[in-house]
Design a protein around this ligand. Sequence first.
Ligand code: UT7
Length: 331
Amino acid sequence: MSKLSAAITAVGGYVPQFVMTNQMLEEMVDTNDEWITTRTGIKERRILKPEEGEGSSFLAIQAANDLLDKRGIKAEEIDLIMVATATPDSMVASTAAFVASEIGATNAFAYDLLAACSSFLFGMSTASSYIESGRYKKVLLIGADKMSSIINYKDRTTCIIFGDGAGAVLFEPNDEGLGLQDEYLRADGSGRKFLGMEAGGSLLPATHETVDAKQHYIFQDGKSVFKFAVSNMADVAEKIMVRNNLKNTEVSWLIPHQANKRIIDATAKRMGLDASKVLMNIERYGNTTSATLPLLLYDYEDKLKKGDNLVFAAFGGGFTWGSIYLKWAYN
Ligand code: UT7
């Protein structure tokens, strides 16, 4: 009997309607469209406005329902739901459990996965392992982040970068050898001083002082993170190619985390890939953290063909990073 592999069989996505352009940010902080575009590649991002009164679960639910409609299956058929997120609805109670209930996945267990911008990539590994082991048949992995909930819109070093959104994929068994082929995943905790949120966790619980000191917003030492991201994302993507004897001409698509166009370009260059093989939507959504990879699949689903060799690569807070080689399973 051939070994079961874990393939992505459906994709869904959702971004909020409100578009925050670079021009709008020019009114809020000392920045300009030219700086943002040349330094990051971002033109606009979607924002789930505070007055909507919704958290990341709202984004995740829309993406999940979109996927279920497209795949034509009932929520009851799903065995497990994982929500990859850096912005869960709240501490303690699982956001994924709420998503499962709201979409009617009454036969699923559900939990969240936190690894900053690598959450979705690491979730692909977890989801695939459940499928490959034969324990579950339908695993729904959602990447959802309402980054605007932890952004200080007076801080030009972070507010220009992030946006809100969600994407979802379904993993199912495949007996044609398609789906996840290999992974190389890494972590280095020394990176937490360069990117994160200081307060609100067990280390520094919320107090009046932490609020006054703006410690509930994301901070980033952009330059340091950039250096780590450029070299490490390119390293792991190259490693996956070498380990799997994948020539640059055999890579159909690079699916890179959308943090900065310059990091993506450097990764593609190291892989010897032409820009036409690199999926990108950073100009429209910015960095949606856990949602960047599935939103690329969602936006470019029509281009992906059965048997295509996809290389995913991500880098994020923690630090966390890695690369996954996956064969696409449907037209
Ligand atoms: O997704 C998780 C992982 N995150 C990343 O991978 C992000 C990695 N980092 C980056 O993408 C880049 O470092 C940023 C886009 C955040 C910043 O770009 P940079 O080229 O590294 O700029 P910088 O921080 O070195 O700043 C250059 C200059 C500074 O001015 P001086 O000191 O040269 O006079 C900044 O004060 O640009 C200034 N600056 C800005 N100017 C206009 C910083 N932010 C802005 C801004 N608008 N928004």
